[in-house]
Structures are given as C-alpha cells and as structure tokens.
Write a protein that binds this ligand. Structure first.
Ligand code: COA
Length: 160
C-alpha cells in the first residue's frame, strides 16, 4: 500500500499525472476558487497547448481534481505560473508532493532553474516554496491589485 492509498483507504487514491487539455475546465475551477482573478478554461487550454506549457495534476482516477501545478518552460529556465490545491485538500502535504513531482519532471527535461512570483503575505505558499528550496531574489512593490489594496510580489528562484 502506498502512502497515498493509506491516506485514502476506502476511496480511490489520488494520483499524480501529466495534465492534458481535457483537464483545463477543472484547472479553471480550482484557480477561480483560489484567486481574485481566475483564468478561464480557454486560457488553460491555450497554456497547455503551448510547447512551453507543462502541468501536473493530482486527481482521483475518473474523479475530482484535487490540485495542479503549471509551469512555462524554456530550458534551462522555467517559471511556475500557478499552483493550486482544492480548499478541502490543503494543508495535508499534497502541495509538497505535487511540487516535488513537477520539479523532478522539469529537471528531467533539462531545466536547471525555476522561478515564480508569490504574494508577500501568502504564508502557506511561502512555506511550501521555502521548504522546496526556493529563495527570494527580488520584490515587486504593489504588484498585486486586490480588493484590500495592493500587495507586494516576491520573486523566488530555485536552482536544480
Ligand atoms: C499554497 C498551496 C499550494 C500549498 O499546498 P498545501 O497542500 O496546502 O501545502 P502542504 O500541505 O503541502 O504544505 C506545504 C508547507 O506549507 C505549510 N503550510 C500549509 N498550509 C499552511 C498555512 N495555512 N499556514 C502556514 N503554513 C502552511 C506546511 O506546514 C508545509 O510546510 P512544512 O513542510 O515546513 O511543514 C495551497 O495552500 C493553495 O492551493 N493555496 C491557494 C492557492 C495559492 O495561494 N497558490 C500559490 C500561489 S503563488
């Protein structure tokens, strides 16, 4: 029994796999649930169709998607465009498992550095990225406009 199946005994264990264009609507649903400005299913479809688009999902086979991570990759560099876990699946180690899997695949494709931007107050995301080895390399003042005013973006980098 794998660690995942132990966690989900009684129901099918979620699996990590590469995203396809058929995943775009579920990715848009999760994204809209997490961010003020969601991306449409068409936007995800376009990003996945690009040669540089690479995404992995955590999903119950033939069931609900629990999370995804999407990067834009032009080896030797890549940028994480989004990572989202369904609200009910957060804080259980899935984000870390998804990111670890994703970074492993990027490395296998010749990527040696991954960048990302994250809101300076996003405690969970910062914990996830720091634990995964990302370090701060810049700050964009007032980068994110939101209902509660502008927030800074941190630019982070991880070398493989
Ligand atoms: C950010 C996100 C992807 C993390 O995924 P997750 O599955 O919840 O995270 P994990 O359970 O794998 O935990 C990863 C680390 O974050 C920490 N963490 C998770 N939720 C946390 C919270 N609410 N507050 C503080 N730390 C938190 C964990 O303790 C863990 O750190 P550790 O390894 O040092 O113990 C998820 O919370 C999410 O989808 N948030 C909304 C979308 C978002 O903000 N995406 C990032 C945009 S840049």
């Amino acid at each position: 029994m794998t660690p995942f199946s132990r966690l989900f005994s009684g129901s099918p264990a979620p699996e990590l796999r590469t995203a396809t264009s058929a995943d775009a609507p579920e990715m848009a649903r999760l994204h809209a649930g997490a961010f003020h400005r969601g991306w449409s299913a068409e936007e995800f479809e376009r990003l996945l169709a690009e040669r540089a688009g690479i995404a992995h999902v955590l999903a119950v086979p033939k069931g609900k998607m629990l999370g995804f991570v999407l990067s834009h990759m032009v080896p030797p560099e890549s940028e994480i465009l989004s990572i989202v876990l369904d609200k009910g699946a957060q804080g259980r180690g899935h984000g870390r498992a998804l990111l670890t899997h994703h970074l492993g695949r990027l490395a296998a494709l010749g990527v040696t550095a991954s960048f990302l931007e994250v809101e300076a107050g996003n405690v969970a995301a910062l914990a996830l990225y720091r634990r995964a080895g990302y370090g701060e390399v810049g700050r964009r003042k007032g980068y994110y406009a939101g209902p509660d005013g502008a927030a800074d973006a941190l630019v982070m980098r991880r070398d493989f």
